[in-house]
Write a protein of this length. Structure first.
Length: 619
């Protein structure tokens, strides 16, 4: 069947140079040289304030439903005032000589953005922290760890009442608490609005002039998938070089000011560096979406999309999954989203092929052509983009080609090609962690990212790389056969749709593979027509329709994948959701396989017991 054509879009032609070192493997580079880029994001903001002072840069919903908007000119004026206020408060560093960052606890918002921009442009690092560490944690252990590590000069929380338990857990002493509204009880706090009225002075201009490519812009904390969170130093060079590379791969960004509606959190590199900085670097407009891909909040996203037609739409696969039923059931909403769209972009996890096909179908219905679906690959330590798709692709999994300025080393490791990275976008190290920093780089100075990849077509390398899972998640069966967990997990979730929300693969040093399943509440409910809307997950997983449906789907999968490294022999449905305090899930929703296996070791033993009990599904 002939597919609809792709919408016209200016991409850099795909090209890659490959070197084959004597010790094996490959080194991939872009044949395009990285062009000059600004020394700091502060310079970029001031340039747009001069070139397009009235263009909207940031917008967010107010409590009355209207949009609060800031132009580039307004943003630069307020940021300059806040920079001066911060410098007047600033103590040069802690006892170890490290600068004292601004610690930000709350979600995306205009005040959050103004504070980060103001700090960064005068050499004060911004440290946005996952709101989950404040709002979803019971013991605030990670939050307290980060607080003690960075010794902040002040702590910002938009809503003082909402974050009061977290603030009290920190016991900040004489460290200033900054809020936008609702002061916390029994704690002194200053209002952010007070900083915006500070007259700029020579102090801030001198500090601005002293900021250069090696200045620390941010400290972004990884999700701590292998232990406590690590503070990743993000320099101005990393952030600015990365945006220049993106602009060279996606020249369409210069053809009209981009517009996005985005919920992705700024404490992560995807939302805070890739997306936010892309709008700033290209004079775009960022509508802050206070919705999220969960029941009760996705409705905010839908409401916003009824008003805003973005030119780029970024999401994680789970976000597209939750949004799709609304788009499929409402032609006006569908058409509004696709009207001006240049690309649909997914990252953080692979997009299941069925979601890909549903999105393509919507695009054709709305416009008679296919909007490009693209992805990229990188990490917090890489600012984040190392590879990006800038060519037509027909399926998920392709992560593109190396960006200008980046070198990608591919070395054999445990039956895969491990990826390692070098370039101006790579971190100088982890905050106050010299030993971790040393271990993060190999003997040639390449960052050990821990992922694996392979060429989509070895005969035509310009077709890009395919993500091939995490090297550290893979394991061997008792037979010595390698199990590649990342791709296997995705294949099983897709095969068992809609029953599995997520899953963990078991079987290391055992004879066969097992599957610990986090069931999908709506997915299980859809198999049980007699169940009420408020039926609990604990009850749903006991319904014979759920167990029979899952058994049938995985048996069908097994018939096509009979090898010992892919065939699932046993399944156990779990009703306790992944626990963020136990490090089982990141706030992006990524399951930490190792942490789940360690915390639920008794379930692993139950799954593989010689005498399986009734809860275990045998295949």
């Amino acid at each position: 069947m002939n597919k609809a054509p792709f919408a016209s879009l200016s991409f850099a032609p795909p090209a890659v140079d490959i070197e084959y070192p004597a010790h094996g493997g490959m080194i991939l580079r872009s044949p395009r040289k990285l062009l000059p880029y600004p020394d700091s994001l502060g310079q970029v903001l001031r340039q747009w304030a001069e070139d397009a002072p009235d263009r909207i840069f940031l917008a967010e919903r107010k409590t009355d439903g209207e949009w609060r908007k800031f132009s580039y000119g307004q943003t630069a004026t307020v940021v300059n005032a806040v920079s001066q206020a911060l410098l007047e408060r600033y103590a040069a560093g802690d006892e170890s000589g490290f600068p004292r960052p601004v610690m930000i606890l709350s979600d995306n918002g205009i005040d959050n953005a103004l504070l980060q921009l103001a700090a960064m442009q005068v050499g004060i690092p911004a440290a946005p922290i996952s709101p989950a560490y404040s709002l979803m944690s019971k013991d605030h252990a990670r939050l307290r760890y980060i607080f003690n590590l960075i010794s902040p000069m002040l702590i910002y929380a938009e809503d003082g009442q909402k974050f009061a338990p977290a603030l009290k857990a920190l016991n900040p002493g004489n460290i200033e608490i900054l809020i936008s509204r609702n002061p916390p009880d029994d704690m002194p706090a200053s209002f952010f609005s007070g900083l915006t009225e500070t007259p700029p002075a020579s102090m801030s201009e001198e500090a601005f002039a002293g900021v250069g490519p090696d200045s620390v812009a941010k400290i972004l904390f990884t999700s701590g998938s292998t232990g406590v969170p690590k503070g990743v130093i993000n320099t101005q060079r990393m952030l600015c070089s990365n945006q220049q590379a993106i602009r060279q791969m996606w020249p369409f960004l210069a053809e009209r000011p981009p517009v996005i509606l985005d919920w992705l959190p700024w404490n992560h590199t995807f939302g805070g560096n890739h997306n936010f900085n892309m709008m700033l670097f290209n004079g775009g407009t960022l509508y802050i979406d206070h919705g999220k891909p969960v029941p009760g909040l996705i409705e905010h996203t839908v409401s916003n999309l009824r008003e805003i037609s973005p030119t780029l739409y970024f999401n994680v696969p789970r976000g597209f999954d939750v949004l799709l039923p609304y788009l499929e059931g409402d032609a006006a909403l569908r058409d509004k989203l696709f009207r001006d769209l240049d690309i649909l972009f997914y990252a953080a996890a692979a997009l299941p092929q069925n979601l890909w096909e549903r999105l393509e179908k919507l695009s054709v219905q709305a416009r008679g052509e296919r909007v490009r679906m693209v992805s990229a690959w990188g990490a917090t330590e890489t600012a984040p983009m190392v590879t990006s798709v800038h060519f037509e692709i027909e399926r998920a999994g392709v992560i593109g080609l190396p960006a200008p300025g980046c070198e990608l080393k591919m070395i054999p490791n445990s039956g895969k090609l491990e990826l390692r990275v070098k370039g101006p976008n790579i971190m100088p190290g982890y905050w106050k962690a010299p030993e971790l920093t040393r271990k993060a780089f190999d003997e040639d100075g390449f960052y050990r990212i821990g992922d694996a990849g392979k060429l989509a077509d070895p005969e035509n390398p310009e077709k890009g790389l395919v993500f091939d899972g995490r090297v550290s998640e893979d394991f061997k069966l008792m037979s010595g056969t390698w199990v590649h967990v990342g791709m296997l997990r995705l294949a099983l979730i897709a095969a068992a749709e809609p029953v599995i929300q997520d899953a963990v693969i078991t079987g290391q040093d055992r004879e066969y593979l097992g599957l610990l399943v986090f069931p999908s509440l709506p997915g299980c409910g859809s198999l049980c027509p007699g169940a009420d809307d408020d039926t609990s997950l604990e009850k749903l997983v006991s319904f014979p329709q759920v167990r029979a449906g899952l058994t049938e789907k995985i048996r069908a999968y097994n018939s096509e994948h009979p090898g010992s490294s892919t065939r699932i022999a046993r399944i156990l449905l779990m009703t306790e959701p992944p626990n963020i305090d136990a490090n089982e899930i990141t706030d992006k929703g990524y399951i930490n396989q190792r942490a789940v296996l360690e915390r639920r070791c008794e379930l692993v033993e139950k799954l593989h017991a010689a005498e399986a009990d009734d809860e275990v599904i045998l295949l």
